[in-house]
Design a protein around this ligand. Structure first.
Ligand code: SF4
Ligand code: SF4
Length: 70
């Protein structure tokens, strides 16, 4: 049986430019600020894997290909 918190979406934080379109577009509210800063000085985002339903909207919305659906 799969654990509810298994990794569903990978986040390549170094690619993030901080537009936060993903946070606005995730209907499950699974994307939040990570509290981490990447090398570009951007506060990155993180996916709550327990809330994520792997719909792929973040993958489609992100202009910088930060998300990988697993
Ligand atoms: S849409 Fe992509 S670039 Fe914009 S904040 Fe989200 S992860 Fe970062
Ligand atoms: S795959 Fe869907 S539910 Fe999961 S973080 Fe992306 S937009 Fe949200």
């Amino acid at each position: 049986m799969q654990s509810e918190t298994m990794e569903k979406v990978k986040v390549n934080e170094e690619r993030c430019k901080g537009c936060y379109l993903c946070i606005a577009s995730c209907r499950k509210g699974a994307i939040r600020l990570s509290g981490r800063t990447n090398k570009r000085g951007i506060v990155t985002v993180a996916v709550d894997q327990a809330l994520c339903v792997q719909c792929g909207v973040c993958y489609t919305m992100c202009p910088d290909l930060v998300f990988e659906i697993l």
